[in-house]
Ligand binder design. Structure first.
Ligand SMILES: NC(=O)c1ccc[n+]([C@@H]2O[C@H](COP(=O)([O-])OP(=O)(O)OC[C@H]3O[C@@H](n4cnc5c(N)ncnc54)[C@H](O)[C@@H]3O)[C@@H](O)[C@H]2O)c1
Length: 260
């Protein structure tokens, strides 16, 4: 278990899925949390889960869209007002977008996916790094995807945005190491969250569970990842023990992205 005692950590997209599971893990490991999401109900649910498990956790909830730069400035300012600093940042909020061949991929859809997955991640880093560089310490984990290091198909917007997240991660890691700040990305494979359920339903609305079983069959581990497994990885990457890990993109996918 990583030690995050009293570390102040912001998580975006904390109202469901990997963000929610990670928020719970970071609370168990001792962190104080700012949780950001569009979905207020989801935020309340995450807060309830955390307080049931670790009643003493200090939590700030912020409802808003990470694609809106003013919202991002606000969640950073509110965190500093409340907790005085930012030690860690899990830049996680993202959407998949509608699946389609490149020639049929809607241009508005492409922009919508980039606005959240790439601009949202960039704004988050921009304002969080302004605080961290003044402090002289901090850790950032960006949510990329296997779709950010490999071709997946039917996902132009998602692939472009997640490859972009990898680029932002490597670029900023080179800039900020000198200020005691490490910046990494994770590249999850398939984890059963509301996003992946919706994705399977796009492939076959009637038989999506069967499609899911077939989907993980080629995985060396023959299963979906469990959301808490991302929580363990992010918790480690945001801990002091991981400080010399910088600029990497870590697949967490049961080995699938290395399979020929
Ligand atoms: N689940 C997977 O298998 C998987 C695989 C690779 C990468 N990822 C990445 O991990 C991240 C989380 O995925 P997930 O599966 O938990 O998704 P999810 O859809 O289950 O949860 C995402 C959360 O982010 C919130 N959100 C979406 N857009 C937002 C916005 N514009 N502003 C604020 N909040 C917003 C949603 O309300 C939701 O609570 C995403 O970036 C995703 O691309 C997930």
């Amino acid at each position: 278990m990583a030690n995050l005692k009293d570390k102040v950590i912001i998580i975006t997209g904390a109202g469901a899925g990997l963000g929610q599971a990670t928020a719970l893990q970071l609370a168990k490991d001792g962190a104080k949390l700012t949780l950001v999401d569009l979905d207020v109900k989801g935020l309340e649910e995450t807060k309830k889960l955390i307080l049931e498990a670790v009643p003493s956790t200090e939590i700030l909830l912020i409802a808003g869209n990470v694609a809106d730069e003013e919202v991002v400035k606000n969640y950073v300012n509110k965190t500093v007002e409340r907790f005085d600093r930012i030690d860690g940042f899990y830049n996680n909020a993202g959407i998949e977008g509608k699946q389609n061949l490149t020639e049929n991929y809607g241009s508005e859809e492409f922009q919508r996916v980039l606005d959240v997955n790439l601009n949202g991640v960039f704004y988050g880093m921009k304002y969080v790094l302004q605080v961290m560089s003044k402090q002289g310490h901090g850790s950032v984990v960006n949510a990329a995807s296997v779709g950010g290091i490999r071709g997946v198909g039917n996902q132009s917007g998602y692939a472009a945005s997640k490859h972009g997240v990898v680029g932002l991660t490597r670029n900023s890691a080179i800039e900020y190491g000198q200020y005691g700040i490490n910046i990494n990305a994770i590249a999850p494979g398939a984890f059963m969250t509301p996003m992946v359920e919706a994705s399977l339903k796009q492939m076959d609305p009637e038989n999506w569970e069967e499609v899911g079983r077939a989907f993980v069959e080629p995985n060396p581990m023959k299963r979906f990842g469990k959301p808490e497994e991302v929580g363990y990885l992010v918790s480690f990457l945001l801990s002091d023990e991981a400080k010399f890990i910088n600029g990497t993109v870590i697949p967490i996918d049961g080995g699938q992205s290395y399979k020929y």
